[in-house]
Design a protein around this ligand. Structure first.
Ligand SMILES: Cc1cc2nc3c(=O)[nH]c(=O)nc-3n(C[C@H](O)[C@H](O)[C@H](O)COP(=O)(O)O)c2cc1C
Length: 548
């Protein structure tokens, strides 16, 4: 399959639209190669080619039929167009149409037609010319970005023009608004997700047609209108009222503020104070119910203050280093309310749902990840301790039944090593309890095994608690964050020691004839430990972030 990519952006390789076009072609290529169809891609960059405007002499129709009198790169382009199976037209929207460079190329296609009038077969418009060359059933895809928040309603001229010269609807389209965001590294989480949808569209197109679900992903806005427009306005670095040029750090702070997700508002205004230590400059960002605003006069009282070099903060936003990791390494300091830092993704865009373009049908679906749940590990243990200590024979059977049911009850969650080991341990202990009919002793052995799980995990790269809670702290990247790992090691060790101690006091209380106290103590102590865990996991990072 021969693909011709025509890049009609005057920006050449720096074109936003080109990123989309390349992703689309990647998808087409992958689908073809899966079916062992070789793919050949030819890329034409109009900005670096020589294609002059049509002179309107009609020489290509009479004096030199099929040949243009202008000696430039257009003859080569026509030859490539004629041999392509698929032409991908990549271009920015300029004044609601294609840029002049591409319009020149389109005009210069006149030698591809014969001068004779012909009836249109698609009933579109009033007039047509016969094609000079045999129709090779070349397919066409238009890929374009534009500067407004949505592509909807902005491409009517483009679509009409291509309808006229390619035939009504004889092409596929991939149009995106907010095009300038594709070049911003700080926003790559969102733009890469969009480019992935474009790639998927390419694969589906190669296999027949773009699915409705993918079309919905393509129609989703990169950012919601208001948020995008604030970001776009801030990016020019010009004060809206005075027209004055703004400093780089102010532009950056304003852009960060524009990423604020006002849906995260919890009823209380917050003031995020940024102190750039290397520049000696402070900005305050008011995070309110109607959005965010940057203050330079320091008239507000800070809720949370971040002290960082400007350079580091830029690196964090470009994702060259994660904010959590840098904080864990004490590369910057946070004072005041630490809650804002713990929920940064919620406040500043990382957790935004895809916003459906209101101009198109709603309903983007996102597939939920099967995240492990600590309940999968705890349910077998808790039911084992309760049922076996009440009645060894029946209790052990109940406990075995629960172990068998857990994979389907917790089917929404992925089973991890500690879930599997727990299921095996509880099942074995239940069988032993059933055979020996000594539920009390075996349930105490369970405390020992459970405690050892926690302690052994502290000797690995991922303490047991981290294996479950890391998903609320950025997933695998949390493992690089000392502010996350340290408290998890400490807490996992505490839980391990607690259960080893539980084994010891359960044994001695039983021997001392104080068995009545065992259920009270063994239920109360984990509750206190749970409260300590909840407090410590918040207190420790905040304490460290203050520079301790
Ligand atoms: C001269 C000019 C005209 C433009 N006209 C429009 C327009 O009519 N509508 C729009 O949404 N964006 C318009 N834009 C913005 C571009 O379409 C947008 O920046 C696009 O992402 C650039 O794509 P590229 O990087 O592939 O060249 C215009 C930009 C320029 C420079």
């Amino acid at each position: 399959m021969k693909i011709l990519l025509i890049n009609g952006s005057p920006k050449g390789k720096r074109s936003n639209s080109l990123r989309l076009a390349k992703s689309f072609i990647e998808g087409v290529k992958a689908a073809n190669e899966n079916n062992s169809i070789p793919v050949e891609i030819d890329e034409l960059e109009l900005a670096s080619l020589n294609v002059g405007p049509c002179r309107g002499c009609f020489a290509c129709w009479n004096a030199t039929p099929g040949k243009c009198v202008i000696k430039d790169d257009m003859q080569m382009i026509i030859e490539k167009e004629l041999s392509a199976d698929l032409i991908v037209w990549s271009f920015p929207l300029y004044y609601f149409n294609v840029p002049g460079l591409l319009k020149n190329l389109i005009d210069r296609q006149l030698p591809m037609s014969l001068p004779f009038m012909a009836e249109r077969t698609d009933g579109y418009g009033n007039g047509s010319h016969q094609a000079r060359y045999e129709n090779r059933n070349t397919k066409h895809v238009l890929v374009s970005t534009c500067g407004f928040y949505t592509a909807q309603g902005n491409y009517d001229s483009v679509i009409n023009m291509f309808n006229h010269f390619l035939g009504k609807g004889a092409f596929e389209t991939i149009f995106s608004g907010q095009g300038e965001l594709f070049k911003i590294k700080e926003l790559s989480d969102r733009t890469d997700a969009y480019l992935n949808s474009v790639k998927k569209a390419g694969s589906e197109y190669a296999a027949g047609s773009i699915s409705e679900a993918t079309r919905q992903e393509l129609n989703a806005l990169l950012y919601e209108k208001e948020e995008f427009e604030r970001m776009a306005d801030a990016s020019w670095g010009i004060d809206k009222t005075t027209g004055q040029k703004e400093s780089e750090d102010l532009i950056f702070t304003k852009q960060m503020a524009s990423l604020y997700n006002k849906a995260s508002y919890d009823g209380k205004d917050k003031v995020l104070e940024m102190y750039y230590t290397d520049l000696g400059k402070t900005y305050q960002i008011l995070l309110g119910k109607d959005g965010s605003k940057v203050y330079t006069d320091l008239s507000l009282t800070a809720t949370t203050r971040i002290e960082t070099t400007f350079d580091l903060w830029q690196k964090i936003s470009r994702k060259e280093i994660s904010g959590e990791e840098a904080l864990g390494k004490q590369m910057y300091k946070v004072t005041g309310d630490f809650n804002l830092m713990m929920n940064w993704g919620k406040y500043f865009g990382g957790n935004h749902e895809q916003t459906q373009d209101p101009n198109t049908a709603a309903g983007t679906s996102t597939s939920a990840n099967a995240i492990p749940s600590m309940a999968t590990m705890l349910i077998p243990w808790i039911s084992f301790w309760i049922s076996v200590s009440i009645n060894s024979k029946i209790g052990s059977l109940i406990s075995l039944g629960i172990c068998a049911l857990i994979p389907s009850i917790m089917g929404k969650h992925r089973l991890i090593i500690w879930d599997k080991l727990s299921l095996i341990a509880v099942a074995v202990l239940s069988v032993v309890a059933n055979i020996t009919d000594n539920g009390k002793l075996i349930s105490n052995a369970g405390y020992l095994v459970f405690g050892l799980f926690w302690l052994v995990s502290c000797m690995t790269k991922e303490p047991l608690s981290a294996a479950y809670v890391k998903y609320s702290y950025g997933g695998e990247s949390a493992l690089k964050n000392p502010l996350f790992m340290k408290p998890n090691y400490i807490l996992s060790a505490c839980w391990g020691i607690l259960y080893l101690c539980t084994t010891v006091w359960t044994y001695f209380l039983g021997r001392a004839g104080l068995g009545i106290l065992i259920p009270i103590i063994n239920n109360l102590v984990p509750v206190f430990m749970g409260l300590f865990t909840a407090w410590f996991s918040k207190w420790y990072p905040a304490w460290k972030a203050r520079g301790n």
